[in-house]
Design a protein around this ligand. Structure first.
Ligand code: BYC
Ligand code: FE
Ligand code: FE
Length: 468
């Protein structure tokens, strides 16, 4: 059980390392200031029904209860140490894992931890204003749950920086609060985390598609030979599942409401549906196109010497490394699809692409479920993932004019058609017009149905939030 009476709740024996404890206690008020300035707007919120980590074992690691948001306690929790763990891939396979950072891997490890850490507060900043337009108390509660956990994920990376990277680690920890999503001079590192999330459809797409990048990156980092990184990512993964649940069910509930309206009005005419306060299916597809294509860039270039270095040295593996036969992958090649045709590249250089492919496959699960809802209601529409060549800004397909079906088109066609592939100004205006705050227990906005069940077996009209 984790002791919440400590200033920084933790399971890393922080009290046995006074200088580390002091350094983190020095960072803590800066974090709280950042949360106050750029965390969720929750002015009249008194209590939120939240899940809090009380242990790190798979069974019963969390406790539910009302938390007064300003009193929320962020802590440092690592999954239990696996005794005699060895490195599972690359040139160092079979050697004992490291409990300190090997000097020659220091800068690459720090770079990866900083990049991971940067995304966590970025997402909180992106979602900052959504509380003003929550479609229900249930959804508002989920937003806060996601936000406090992303805040904790930042703590997880800051702990690693402080504990293992000395002075430059502490400086990087400061920088994590200094860069801001969408800031012209000091933006977040990865582009998706600078995109505004000003409506709840985008929020659900983000938690479905972008938090899922988190799942795959964390899985790859959970394989790391740097044991503290592996252990912290393992625990973060348990929290990540809920974020993607919020996305998948959020989109499903929007689709459900649209289908009900399509049935009662006996139409699939977008204008009519929009007039009746629901989002037509093709418009949902446009938001999907936007967030999926943006999230694909988060895996980096298809052919990457950074990725090869990390794999060779045991820093970062592939998601679910156990599921592969060959864990060394030396002297093997990968057939990479490029604009100039198939190219054989060194397998280790293709790790980003292999991870991206696993991600894309995982994205299909929700698409299938959503399409089942449509099929059952008797309408003829199918959601699809756009081609991985569509709208890419990183890697071999970057800045080329591919349509969502993966066909090359003229640049004039590309520019003209883009407003029919991703949300245009009118679409955003319409979606934003739907974003009206609903904060009565059991009531849901016009464009989304109530969930099938509540959080922690509570009812869907439970008062998940109490106001002053
Ligand atoms: N935007 O060799 P390359 C999450 C940069 S999400 C801008 O192709 P590499 C979460 C790259 O940094 C998970 N720049 O790629 C979700 C490099 O720059 P430098 C986040 C980009 O290094 C929701 C250059 O391009 N975790 O947790 O193999 C809510 C060439 O790089 C982008 C991680 O990402 C981009 N999209 O792989 C909350 C894990 N892509 O260094 C949280 C840690 C690439 O040459 N990060 N670049 O200046 C990594 O493992 C790697 O940095 C990446 C890139 C996989 C991101
Ligand atoms: Fe996270
Ligand atoms: Fe997340």
């Amino acid at each position: 059980m984790i002791d919440y009476q400590q200033k920084i709740p933790n399971n890393v024996n922080l009290n046995t390392d006074k200088s580390l404890q002091r350094a983190l206690e020095h960072w803590q008020p800066k974090f709280l200031d950042w949360w106050g300035d750029l965390g969720p707007v929750a002015s009249k919120v008194k209590d939120v029904y939240l899940r809090t980590a009380v242990g790190v074992d798979a069974k019963g690691w969390a406790d539910y209860g009302y938390v007064n948001m300003p009193d929320y306690r962020w802590g440092i929790f690592l999954a239990d140490k696996v005794e005699n763990r060895t490195i599972g891939f690359g040139d160092n396979i079979g050697k004992p894992v490291w409990n300190e950072v090997p000097g020659e891997l220091r800068s690459q490890l720090r770079r990866i931890i900083v990049t991971q850490g940067d995304t966590e507060p970025a997402s909180v900043e992106q979602q900052r204003l959504l509380s003003a337009t929550c479609p229900s108390l249930y959804d508002l509660r989920n937003l806060f749950q996601v936000n406090v956990e992303e805040g904790r994920h930042l703590w997880a990376m800051v702990y690693l920086l402080h504990a293992y990277f000395g002075r430059d680690g502490r400086e990087e920890a400061e920088e994590l609060l200094f860069r801001h999503s969408g800031d012209y001079d000091n933006p977040r590192i990865l582009e998706t985390f600078n995109e505004p999330i000003s409506d709840w459809l985008s929020f659900f797409m983000f938690t479905y598609f972008t938090d899922r990048d988190g799942k795959f990156q964390l899985k790859s980092l959970a394989e790391s030979g740097f044991d503290p990184l592996s252990r912290t990512c393992k625990f973060m993964l348990t929290e990540e599942a809920h974020h993607m649940f919020v996305g998948e069910t959020g989109i499903a509930r929007i689709i459900k409401k649209t289908l009900e309206t399509m049935q009662s009005l006996k139409t699939d005419d977008p204008d009519l549906l929009n007039k009746n306060g629901v989002i037509d299916l093709p418009l949902i597809q446009k938001y999907l196109n936007f967030w999926y294509s943006s999230s694909l860039d988060l895996f980096g270039s298809e052919s990457s010497s950074n990725a090869a270095f990390s794999f060779a040295n045991g820093i970062k593996g592939r998601p679910d490394e156990y599921s592969f036969e060959d864990h060394v992958c030396n002297n093997t090649t990968y057939s990479l699809d490029t604009p100039d045709g198939l190219k054989e590249i060194e397998y280790r250089n293709a790790i980003n692409e292999i991870t991206r492919n696993a991600y894309s496959k995982d994205c299909l699960i929700g698409i299938k479920r959503w399409n089942n809802l449509i099929r059952k209601s008797g309408f003829n529409f199918e959601f699809t993932l756009p081609s991985t060549k569509f709208r890419r800004s990183i890697g071999v397909w970057q800045d080329l004019n591919f349509n969502p079906s993966g066909e090359k088109v003229d640049s004039s066609v590309y520019t003209k058609m883009m407003s029919s592939w991703i949300p245009n100004e009118n679409d955003k205006k319409f979606i934003n017009s739907l974003m009206v705050r609903v904060d009565t227990p059991g009531k849901y906005a016009s464009w989304i149905s109530s969930p099938d069940r509540g959080i922690n077996n509570q009812t869907t009209d439970f008062d998940y939030i109490r106001f002053n």
